[in-house]
Ligand binder design. Structure first.
Ligand code: AMP
Length: 457
């Protein structure tokens, strides 16, 4: 998954992009980058690691001009290397193109092969690079028309921010998998994966970029629009509401906080835990769901697990070894709260079950008498091909075990997952118009022909 941010028409475009990326850090922690354009000259800064560590006042000085795009990345397609850090930047006979992409293209392998047959030389293993090559070859005149031309035949999930010359172009795939919101900051146009990035720069939300829509902001502030064929019904990723986005954000036009609380309330209705003493969350991503569970069940909410904020998202580590090491240092249990109690532990999802098993052991070691786990998303039974880094089927605990077996393996007394219908009813603007393939197996497109390429690059 990735976070993207772009701005046009502001003298401090790069500095604001830097700020915006801080708010999108949760969407990817492997690498970050910013490209800024001034008077036809383009400058780029890319680094492995966190925005706060890698961009200094000194390095930011090289980036100036009224147009900028930025990106935070964790790899779902292509390996975790600096060559794959975005924004991708190419200079070619027609000028320059800088591209930031959130999502996964499902036919990138075929498109790449055909471009290579025609002589293209790729400099990364990212799926996104095929769009850059297509753009460089496009014949259309205007930047937005070039992008529409380049995207023909490209399948899968993409929210894109592209600088072509001095024009900022935003686009969302026809099924609208990934979010992209447009805002205004005085005269400037701002685009971001989530509205929390608009908040941090002081911009106001104008509207969502619609599925299948391309918007181009010219250097004079004019906005041009192209509507590519939109699908009859979108397939927005429901996991953005469940886990991925920040609770202070609005995505797909709805509040993430409201969504998670409603999920928690529904979960409490579907799987109550009558004899329990209290409920607690696995911080931070399930805080709002645990609040919802507490509201609906009447059980008090306790802060029984404390998270070390200097450790990032455990899952967003490309290797299992990295994940294991981080889990150990990420959480601590509060003995004074847990000792002797029957407790409800709410989490938003169980993927491999590794973190969960470790957490349950921690909670028991702190003295909990009974542990009842409640999960605010249904069992994950299949991989995501559209941008969330869910692993292959073999590693997904719910793809291979029943709920009873999972309960035994993670060491809880009872385990309850929200139902698919319950989840889709609870999220804003549900129940239709969402992609829930990882839970239901209903993939909206044919899966990629070479799926392992998506993750290994
Ligand atoms: P595990 O028990 O190893 O399956 O890990 C479950 C934890 O991973 C939960 O706390 C989730 O909040 C978190 N999680 C779920 N999906 C993702 C994801 N795509 N990226 C990062 N963390 C995730």
């Amino acid at each position: 998954m990735c976070g993207i941010f772009g701005i046009s028409g502001h003298a401090d475009a790069a500095a604001l992009t830097h700020l915006g990326l801080y708010s999108l850090q949760h969407r990817g922690q492997e690498s970050a980058g910013i490209v800024a354009v001034k008077d036809g000259a383009v400058n780029v800064l890319r680094a492995m690691g966190l925005v706060s560590d890698k961009f200094t006042a000194e390095s930011m000085r090289s980036l100036s001009g009224p147009v900028a795009v930025g990106h935070t990345r964790y790899s779902t397609a292509g390996s975790s290397t600096i060559e794959n850090a975005q924004p991708a930047l190419v200079r070619f006979r027609g000028g320059h193109i800088a591209l930031a992409h959130n999502g996964n293209l499902t036919n990138a392998t075929e498109v790449r092969r055909s471009l290579e047959d025609q002589g293209s030389i790729f400099s990364s293993t990212m799926d996104s690079e095929v769009i850059v090559h297509r753009l460089a070859r496009a014949h259309a005149e205007r930047p937005e028309e070039k992008l529409a031309e380049a995207l023909q035949g490209i399948e899968g999930a993409y929210s894109l921010l592209v600088i072509i010359g001095d024009t900022l172009v935003a686009a969302r795939d026809p099924l609208g998998w990934r979010p992209l919101v447009m805002g205004r900051l005085n005269g400037a146009y701002v685009f971001a994966s989530e509205s929390c990035a608009l908040d941090i720069v002081g911009a106001t939300i104008e509207r969502e970029v619609a599925p299948g829509e391309i918007l181009a902001v010219g250097p004079d502030g004019t906005v041009r629009q192209i509507q590519m064929t939109a699908a009859p019904e979108p397939r927005r990723c429901v996991f953005e509401y469940v886990y991925f986005a920040r609770p202070d954000s609005r995505v797909f036009g709805g509040s993430v906080d409201r969504a998670r609380r409603a999920l928690g309330r529904r979960l409490a209705a579907e799987h109550p835990a009558p004899g329990a003493d209290f409920v607690f969350s696995v911080p931070d991503s399930s805080n709002s769901a645990a609040l919802g569970f507490s509201e609906a069940s009447g059980l008090p909410l306790e802060l029984a697990l404390i998270r070390n904020h200097y450790v990032g998202r455990t899952f967003i580590q490309p290797t299992q070894q990295g994940r294991d090491e981080k889990v150990k240092v990420k959480y601590n249990a509060v003995r004074e709260i847990l000792a002797g109690k029957s407790v409800v532990m709410v989490d938003d999802s169980i993927v491999r079950g590794t973190t969960t098993r470790g957490l349950v052991a921690l909670v028991r070691a702190a003295g909990a008498r009974e542990v009842h786990m409640r999960v605010s998303s249904p069992p994950i039974t299949g991989p995501c091909y559209y941008g969330i880094d869910t692993p292959d089927r073999e590693q997904l605990i719910a793809a291979n075990h029943s709920v009873e077996e999972i309960a035994r393996r993670i060491g809880v007394d009872t385990l309850g997952y929200i139902s698919l219908e319950g989840m889709l009813d609870a999220v804003p603007d549900g129940p239709s118009g969402f992609c829930h393939a990882c839970f239901s197996g209903q993939y909206p497109t044919r899966p990629p022909t070479v799926p392992e390429k998506l993750r290994l690059g």
